[in-house]
Design a protein around this ligand. Structure first.
Ligand SMILES: Cc1ncc(COP(=O)(O)O)c(C=O)c1O
Length: 347
C-alpha cells in the first residue's frame, strides 16, 4: 500500500497534465509496455505494448471479448463447472452456451470437434492453468489438440489466466497464448489476485483485429481507464516491486495451502477427499459420502465461515457434493479455526 501510494502521488505531481487529461481507450502506454515485458519475462508471451489492452479487471475484458466475437446464433463452449460471470458476459452478447465436459485432465477438448459440427462455435472459454473451480491443470496433449482444433474449426479460445502467479508445484505452466501460432487465443489476465480486486486492473493480449474491436467497444462505455492508477502500477512493475510482492505472497499462500490441507486431513480424514492443488488460492474438496453441501454452507455461515458449495459453479444448476475453500486471505491460526467450525457445522 505504501509503495502504491508513493507511486500514485509521484505520478500525479510529476506528470499532472498527462495523467489528468483525456487519453485513449487502450490504456496508458507505459502500463501496456510494463505488462508486455512482465508477460514476456514470466509467461513466455511475446507481446508488445501495442498488443495489450488494459481493462477494468478481467470482467471487462471478458465482456468486451464476448461482444467483439459473438453474433446472435453463435455458440460458446464452456466447462460444465466454471466461472458464471464469464458465462453471463457471453450470454448477454447473444451466445448460446454449450457444455464441455471435464475430467481429471481438465476440459475434454476433443468434444469440441463434435460441438463445432453441431453448432456455429465461435469460441471456447477456459481457465486452463488452474481450472476454476476444480483447480485441475489442462493436460499438455489437450492443450496442443485444443489449438489444433481452434485453427481447423475456426473458433477462438478465450484463456482466462486469473491466478497465473500462484503456482507452487514446479514451474507454472505457460499459457496457451504463448504457443498459439494461428492467432486463435484471446489471453485475459488480472491484477485482482496479485494486488487487489478493488483496483480493477486487468489486461488482454489478442490478435490485432480482435484487440482493435475490443478497444473500440471499450471506448463506447468507458473512454479511458484511471490514468494515475495505471501510471502507479506501471511504476511498481518497472521497479520490480510487483514481482517481489508476488514472490512474498506466493511463499505465504503456499504455507497457507499446506496449513489448510493439514487441517482438513486432521478434522475430516477420508470424509473430505481433496486433491492437493498445484496452484491457485482455493481448494476443491469432495464430501464423502455426499452430504447436503448447501445446508452445510448455511450452517457454516452461521458459525462465521463462508465457503462456496459445488452447485454455485455448475452450468446445469444441479447440486454437487463439493466445497470450494479459499484460503489466501486467512493466516494459519484463522485457517485452523475455520476448519474447526467447518467440522462443527457439517450436516
Ligand atoms: C475465473 C476467474 N476469472 C477472473 C477473476 C477475476 O476477476 P476480475 O479481474 O474482474 O477481478 C476471478 C476472480 O475471482 C476468477 O475466479
Amino acid at each position: 500500500v505504501a509503495a502504491l501510494a508513493r507511486a500514485y502521488r509521484r505520478g500525479l505531481v510529476r506528470r499532472t497534465r498527462a495523467l489528468l487529461d483525456y487519453s485513449d481507450a487502450q490504456g496508458l502506454p507505459r502500463l501496456r509496455a510494463a505488462i508486455a515485458s512482465m508477460l514476456a519475462a514470466t509467461r513466455g508471451l511475446a507481446a508488445s505494448a501495442d498488443d495489450v489492452l488494459v481493462t477494468r479487471g478481467s470482467q471487462m475484458a471478458l465482456s468486451l471479448a464476448a461482444r467483439a466475437l459473438v453474433q446472435p446464433g453463435d455458440a460458446v463452449a464452456v466447462e460444465t463447472l466454471g466461472y458464471r460471470p464469464a458465462w453471463d458476459a457471453f450470454r448477454v452478447a447473444g451466445a448460446e452456451i454449450v457444455p464441455l465436459a471435464l475430467d481429471a485432465e481438465g476440459a475434454q477438448v476433443e468434444a469440441l470437434l463434435e460441438i463445432s459440427r453441431r453448432h456455429r462455435l465461435r469460441a471456447v472459454y477456459l481457465t486452463p492453468h488452474h481450472q476454476y473451480p476444480t483447480m485441475v491443470t489442462l493436460a499438455p496433449g489437450r492443450r496442443m489438440r485444443l489449438l489444433e482444433l481452434a485453427r481447423a474449426r475456426r473458433f477462438a479460445v478465450v484463456e482466462d489466466d486469473y491466478d497465473h502467479e500462484f503456482h507452487y508445484e514446479g514451474r507454472p505452466v505457460l499459457p496457451l497464448a504463448s504457443v498459439d501460432r494461428s492467432g486463435a487465443v484471446i489471453y485475459v489476465g488480472t491484477l485482482s489476485k496479485v494486488l487487489a480486486p478493488g483496483l480493477r486492473l486487468g489486461y488482454v493480449v489478442a490478435p490485432e483485429p480482435v484487440l482493435a474491436r475490443m478497444t473500440a467497444l471499450r471506448g463506447l462505455t468507458d473512454s479511458q481507464g484511471d490514468l494515475p492508477l495505471e501510471s502507479a502500477v506501471a511504476e511498481l512493475i518497472e521497479d520490480g516491486e510487483l514481482q517481489r510482492h508476488v514472490r512474498r505472497a506466493r511463499r505465504i499462500y503456499d504455507q497457507r495451502r499446506h496449513a489448510l490441507l493439514a487441517a482438513l486431513d486432521r478434522r475430516f480424514g477420508p470424509r473430505l477427499r481433496v486433491r492437493p492443488p498445484a496452484g491457485g488460492v482455493a481448494v476443491w474438496a469432495e464430501a464423502v459420502p455426499p452430504v447436503d453441501v448447501e445446508a452445510w454452507a448455511r450452517r457454516a455461515l452461521a458459525e462465521g465461515v463462508s465457503f462456496q458449495p459445488g452447485r454455485r459453479f455448475a452450468l446445469d444448476g444441479r447440486p454437487r457434493p463439493f466445497l470450494r475453500l479459499g484460503y489466501a486471505c486467512l493466516d494459519e491460526a484463522e485457517i485452523e479455526e475455520a476448519v474447526r467450525r467447518l467440522a462443527r457445522s457439517r450436516p
